[in-house]
Design a protein around this ligand. Structure first.
Ligand code: GDD
Ligand code: MN
Length: 381
């Protein structure tokens, strides 16, 4: 069978009364040519939802060609994490996310996919809060909470969509390729909207109908979870805003920090040597060696923490990095020595100029080597 083009993610927890109906409905609504698969992500529902879905798939697989993949997780880990899990299993290029309790009408899926294709956008959101959209069956309190949550997301996180709380949306899988998600709570779409920056959005109106069967899984912790995830996303956004986008500026700023650290090393070297030689009465060559060790060590930690912003101080990683750094420093010293000799003797340059050139070359070489091999960064980044 051809692999699927569209993957419909259907999270379930105790949906035994809805699962058959919704699967049938999806089947009817999404034409065969669309090459869709459905991925049911069930969190070990005690009411046997997973088994019902599997049996249904076995009964229809021959005649429909529609694949239903039932992913069984061990425990109820939350809606967002179930959605993310489903996405990881998906083979389609296009992902559809929806509830399994008929609140989200499957018959608008084709329209959402058409919109995605024709407008060349990245995300299509089924929205309750655009013209033509509405909510049926929710009490005033829940409507109000939804409105407030939506307002917080729009104002606090700068979201453009009218319904960032929607649980019904379609998107191109590649827009989330490089992203890491927290997937806490209910609001997977909100996290995608914040993190997939630059993604183009379209909205399609729909009527949310509160479930007829079974009960909502929204608990008292939901409000707290929501506040927590908005706060995390806010911090995330602030960090991204502060990050410099131009590679050239980031590269030069790191190089400048590296050279500053190098210069500070000269001071540390001198001070440490003098201290050992004068106060501890150490032989002057030993004192010089101590100065070198001290300055390499302080250079290493300053560069690790400040220049390359590496916060991983586990013993093994740090030791390996320290070894590489010290090795490159020795190579740098040799290069400097050779270069000075070559420039003065071979090019008849004056010693002060030769020294500046040699120190500059060795320092720059060291910067590149440590960037790439010690701290594992791309050279041009
Ligand atoms: N696997 C899994 N694990 N599924 C879950 C879990 C979970 O921990 N919690 C909920 N679900 C499934 C339910 O079985 C249902 O299919 C869907 O997720 C939505 O859960 P409901 O409990 O029905 O949510 P709701 O109707 O209160 O919330 C709706 O409104 C929100 C917008 O305000 C949903 O549409 C949300 O998606 C939407 O964000
Ligand atoms: Mn529901």
């Amino acid at each position: 069978m051809q692999s699927a083009e569209i993957s419909i993610i259907l999270p379930t927890y105790n949906e035994s009364q809805n699962i058959l109906g919704i699967l049938e409905h999806i089947q009817k609504s999404v034409p065969r040519e669309m090459r869709a698969e459905t991925i049911v992500v069930d969190d070990n529902s005690p009411d046997n939802t997973a088994k019902i879905a599997e049996d249904y798939f076995h009964s229809i697989r021959e005649r429909t060609g529609h694949t239903i993949n039932v992913v069984k997780r061990k425990a109820k880990d939350g809606l967002s994490s179930a959605i993310l899990h489903g996405i990881q299993q998906a083979s389609g290029r296009i992902i559809v996310v929806m509830d399994s309790d008929f609140s989200h009408p499957p018959n608008i899926i084709p329209k959402m996919i058409e919109t995605l294709r024709h407008t060349k956008c990245d995300i299509v959101i089924a929205s309750r809060y655009v013209k033509g959209g509405s909510i049926q069956g929710w009490p005033f309190k829940r409507k109000l909470m939804s409105k407030i949550a939506t307002m917080i997301a729009k104002k606090g996180l700068g979201i453009k969509s009218h319904d960032p709380m929607s649980g019904f949306f379609v998107f191109k899988k590649n827009i989330i390729n490089e992203l890491k998600f927290d997937a806490i709570g209910y609001k997977m779409l909100l996290e995608i909207l914040v993190k997939a920056k630059g993604a183009k959005i379209q909205e399609v109106p729909y009527t949310f109908t509160d479930r007829q069967n079974g009960s909502s899984k929204l608990g008292t912790s939901t409000v707290l979870e929501y506040c927590n995830s908005v706060w995390n996303l806010y911090k995330y956004g602030r960090k991204v805003r502060r990050e410099e986008r131009r590679t050239s500026v980031r590269f030069l700023s790191k190089a400048a920090r590296f050279f500053t650290v190098g210069a500070s090393g000269l001071g540390v070297n001198y001070l440490a040597s003098m201290l050992f030689a004068l106060s501890a009465n150490v032989w002057y060559l030993h004192a010089t060696m101590m100065g070198i060790v001290f300055s390499i060590t302080s250079n290493f930690f300053l560069n690790k923490y400040w220049t390359f912003e590496d916060k991983d101080f586990s013993i093994k990683t740090t030791l390996v990095q320290y070894g590489k750094f010290a090795g490159f420093s020795s190579i740098g010293a040799l290069v400097q020595l050779g270069l000075v000799y070559y420039l003065v003797d071979g090019f008849a340059l004056s010693y002060p100029i030769a020294l500046v050139l040699a120190v500059g070359t060795a320092a720059f070489g060291n910067f590149i080597l440590n960037k790439k091999w010690t701290f594992k960064e791309k050279v041009w980044s």
